[in-house]
Design a protein around this ligand. Sequence first.
Ligand code: ZN
Length: 240
Amino acid sequence: MTTTSLAESRQLIADACRVLAARGLSDAHLGHVSLRVDAERLLVRCRGPQERGLAWTTADDVRLVDLDGQPGAEGELDGWSVPNELPLHTEILRTRPDVQAVVHAHPPEVVAADLAGVAIRPILGAFDIPGAKLAAGGVPVYPSSVLIRDRVRAAEMTAALGGRPVVLLRAHGLTSAASSVPTAVLQAVSVDTLARMSLTVLGAGGRLVDVPPDDLAELPDLGPGFNEGVAWRHELARLG
Ligand SMILES: [Zn+2]
């Protein structure tokens, strides 16, 4: 990766952190985003001396590290520290060659819905097509509420994720894995929306019903140009 594209990727990850905060997916300072750079290294949102929380992430807060959390180049961790839960990023990157980007966040409604025994199901159709397809394929749950700070826990979580895009972490949050940073964030936003809508439906006295398989099959694939292009520009525009 060239210096220019590294700089662009640092900004992309910083923007992603700001989107997560703006969408209410991570209260305060909890959550991080990473992007694979090469076979041994990744960019990841770290904590610096002026840490103020995800909403105020800058490109400077995104540092180059290796898969063991050591500096990926000279000086990269001078003044910054990697997230405690870095292993959840690196274990997915080690075991899922299809994954380039990982998002970890603590969305309150997602955690609340899971604790209420409400699974993420395809209850919405054209309301959010990528979300409907994601939910229809299944959103597994890692049943432990611990901090994922070593490779043993990270391997358990990665096993729970399997080949899926998103895994819920009980009483903790979620981890989203994708081929790009925007997709990983948008997947997390979709799961958060499904959790919020599920709780709203139940709170209004309704019950949750999956949309019919025929409806799901008819939902068009709008393609990456729509999902990653328009949707991502929308998220950035919301930041103002
Ligand atoms: Zn966490």
